[in-house]
Design a protein around this ligand. Structure first.
Ligand SMILES: [Zn+2]
Length: 132
């Protein structure tokens, strides 16, 4: 026990604050909406304050949430599934190969992709391209 009464365990607010300052607005919007269920309340406060500082209104946040929920793959816990290749919400699932060292196909795998990665030309022909 410290003399201050309580200690936040597992969340370094200085690191979170540094991340929040450098994050894209779209990333922050995703975190306070479709990823909200997986966020620490103190981190959410920092993100919402940063969005406010950037001029993003509560209405903008609500609009982003509606748009994302309409397209993202939502999980049973109420959060969105993340893209296999980035942190954006996935909008489509498809089969591909999980590869050893990125080269040797090992096992068929279901990949979830965001809007960017579903339409991006594929470096790996076994990566999913969309709904098929
Ligand atoms: Zn992606």
């Amino acid at each position: 026990m410290t003399g201050r009464g309580w200690v936040m365990l597992g969340l370094d607010l200085k690191r979170v604050a540094a991340f929040v300052r450098g994050a894209d607005t779209e990333d922050l919007l995703d975190r306070v909406t479709v990823y909200r269920g997986g966020m620490e309340p103190a981190a959410l406060d920092l993100m919402e304050a940063e969005l406010d500082r950037r001029g993003v209104t509560r209405s903008d946040i609500a609009d982003h949430h509606i748009t994302r929920r309409a397209t993202a793959i939502m999980l049973p816990d109420g959060t969105a599934q993340r893209c296999h290749f980035c942190s954006r919400p996935a909008v489509v699932r498809g089969w591909g190969w999980h590869r050893l060292f990125g080269r040797v196909p090992i096992v068929p795998w279901v990949f979830a992709c965001c809007d960017s990665h579903r339409s991006r030309p594929r470096a790996n022909p076994d990566e999913p391209a969309g709904s098929g």
